[in-house]
Design a protein around this ligand. Structure first.
Ligand code: F6R
Length: 612
């Protein structure tokens, strides 16, 4: 979490940093700050910081701004030290010669701080980052590269740093361990940032920095060395195919709403890319990897949050269509559980950002245990995408809203297509079943557009119920994860309590909640467990609960029992979560708006969770 950026070149650095931070703000918004230098003269830093969102910092930076060519910027998700101006980055060393921004945690900061205090250093903030700035400055004797190398050798934890010194104003340094950094390359200027969205307004040419690499940027040069031994490294420049418009709101009030509406297009583009001549293709998998994946004895799916819900849906798909025993785990549990993984097992990591700390740790654990790892990732070139043995990209485009919507949908459809591919390779899916699956999947973009047409009805439903503080979401089978996802969307952006439950478990406890005030969202599309779900709805109805259902078009039974119904067109059960989740995304969105919540930047959250 936290977004960091650095710039060196001929432009005015302040607007470049601010624009970059706008694109990184989804990573944290507790405070923001910049530090800049004039590259031609040695002078003190120009520093501006503010508590709260970037808009607070921007409102400070209105007039008489100095013209600077080098700078670093930060948008914070607080770990050490409360959100405040004092704890806001950039932080300076003892004598103010070094300025630094940081994403990550220096785990041994307390002992380093004590040591530096004994040497006469004074600290202004409660952050681990200030300790890093002091330590680098402590080792600084005119060569910033050497100082960073020496200081980093003393640090434990994970980090990405961007560092400048007022004594060497024509050099900017950045290094990383675990947390992401991408270098933007352009004529007479260079950039470095936590992710490519901050670079897109200026360049599509990027270099991905690996762990324990240190980059020195000057106006016309990029020099990368190993942090440990200082050896020079040559790296390739890649071209990214995202464009800057994809990271704008495009006329919508919020990124989340825009991203919900983008979903039919995301589906259509995924299908167009993957379905070729009635077969399924993954450009990033060669036939050897595909065979190894298909021969797996067991599949572990590991992910967090919304991506975990996609993993739960994936488990039903794997077991039904590939007939491989499949387990699904939350990354933070998996990594510490000493999972029993054999050679020949595959571990599938699902992640939008490709940077989630627990998922990355789970990937490393799985590799160490000899599993074949496959990452299903949205952000091209992200750490998990690069470290996994194989990768499939979900190609949803940049997702900026903190609450995941289109990335979830892209995960669901990509996993479905991957499962079909493996089912074919393992001969568990016949050509006639394949035809049915492809016919059904190809209808999804249009069907999703039909679901979205109910937006005015969903807004009206939100208006009726937005004051409620407790919501229960129930589903079975493929739509049990949808119940969890619907509840997660609601709680993260509205702050109301929402609980997702397996409908069959209702009798074992949650039924005690039902009275005439309790709102229950029931997922009841046609499925193997449809009749069981109807029985659950009857039970809630008998206790006068308020039922909002998601059901297959024209279902009179559900209609009779429910206060409101949102409809999905008929589809195969495995694809139904792709349609049923969308009314729940919209419902959460409108409940949040009516409660005046900050939908794109809900409190305490950040888009990519790069700390444990
Ligand atoms: C919820 C949400 C989070 C993420 C989770 C994993 O709307 O976005 O729950 O799904 O933090 O993130 P990724 O997919 O980047 O690993």
């Amino acid at each position: 979490m936290c977004g960091i950026i650095g710039y060196i070149g001929r432009r005015d650095a302040i607007p470049v940093l601010i624009k970059g931070l706008e694109h990184l703000e989804y990573r944290g918004y507790d405070s923001a700050g910049i530090a800049c230098l004039n590259s031609s003269t040695s002078s003190n830093f120009f520093i501006a910081k503010e508590k709260g969102k970037l808009s607070e910092l921007k409102s400070q930076l209105t007039k008489n701004l100095p013209h600077m060519h080098v700078g670093i910027g930060h948008t914070r998700w607080a770990t050490h030290g409360e959100p405040s101006k004092l704890n806001a980055h950039p932080h300076l060393g003892e004598k103010g010669r070094i300025a630094l921004v940081h994403n990550g945690i220096v785990e041994n900061y307390a002992e380093l701080k004590d040591e530096l205090k004994r040497k006469g250093h004074h600290f202004k903030s409660k952050t681990d980052t200030e300790v890093a700035a002091h330590l680098i400055e402590y080792y600084y004797h005119g060569d910033l590269r050497e100082a960073i190398r020496k200081a980093v050798r003393r640090m434990r934890g994970f980090f990405a740093f961007v560092v400048i010194s007022r004594d060497e104003p024509n050099r900017l340094f950045a290094c990383k361990r675990s947390n992401p950094l991408v270098i933007g390359v352009s004529a007479h200027e260079h950039f470095v940032a936590s992710d490519i969205s901050a670079l897109l307004p200026y360049t599509k040419k990027v270099i991905y920095l690996e762990d324990d690499e240190l980059v020195e940027l000057q106006e016309n040069t990029v020099t990368i060395t190993q942090l440990g031994n200082g050896r020079r490294i040559q790296k390739k420049v890649s071209e990214v195919n995202w464009n800057v418009d994809q990271a704008q709101k495009g006329g919508f009030k919020h990124f989340m709403l825009k991203e919900i509406h983008e979903q039919p297009r995301v589906l259509a583009e995924t299908l167009k890319k993957r379905i070729v001549d009635h077969d399924i293709e993954f450009d990033t998998l060669d036939s050897k990897i595909e065979r190894s994946l298909a021969n797996a004895k067991k599949v572990f799916i590991v992910s967090c949050g919304t991506a975990y819900h996609a993993g739960m849906v994936a488990r039903y798909m794997f077991e039904e269509y590939v007939r491989i025993p499949t387990e699904v785990h939350v990354s933070s549990e998996f990594r510490y559980a000493d999972p029993i993984i054999d050679k020949g097992d595959i571990v599938v990591l699902i992640t939008q950002s490709g940077e989630t700390a627990d998922t990355l740790a789970a990937l490393r654990e799985a590799k160490q245990k000899g599993a074949l790892t496959l990452a299903i990732v949205n952000v091209v070139g992200s750490t998990i995408a690069r470290e996994a043995d194989a990768v499939i990209y979900t190609h949803a485009g940049p997702e900026i809203g903190v609450a995941s919507t289109k990335a979830y949908l892209a995960q669901l459809v990509t996993v479905a297509l991957f499962v079909i591919k493996l089912g074919l390779l393992r001969k568990k899916i016949s050509r006639s079943v394949l035809s049915k699956l492809i016919d059904a999947v190809e209808k999804l973009p249009y069907q999703l557009s039909e679901v979205l047409k109910q937006e005015p009805d969903i807004r009206r439903a939100a208006r009726k119920f937005f004051r409620k503080k407790n919501f229960l979401y129930l589903g079975r089978g493929y739509n049990f994860p949808t119940a969890l996802e619907g509840a997660l969307k609601l709680k993260e952006i509205t702050y109301a309590h929402a609980h997702g439950y397996a409908a069959g478990e209702m009798k074992h406890g949650p039924i005690a909640l039902i009275d005439s005030e309790q709102l229950v969202v029931c997922l009841a599309p046609h499925s193997k467990t449809y009749e069981k779900m109807i029985s659950n709805i009857e039970e809630i109805h008998a206790r006068r609960g308020i039922i909002i259902s998601i059901a297959t078009s024209k279902d009179q039974t559900v209609s009779r029992l429910s206060r409101l119904v949102f409809w999905i067109p008929k589809t195969l059960e495995l694809f139904s979560p792709i349609l049923t989740v969308v009314p729940l995304q919209l419902f959460a969105y409108y409940v949040a708006i009516l409660n005046s919540r900050d939908v794109d930047q809900p409190r305490n959250l950040a888009k990519s969770v790069t700390v444990e």
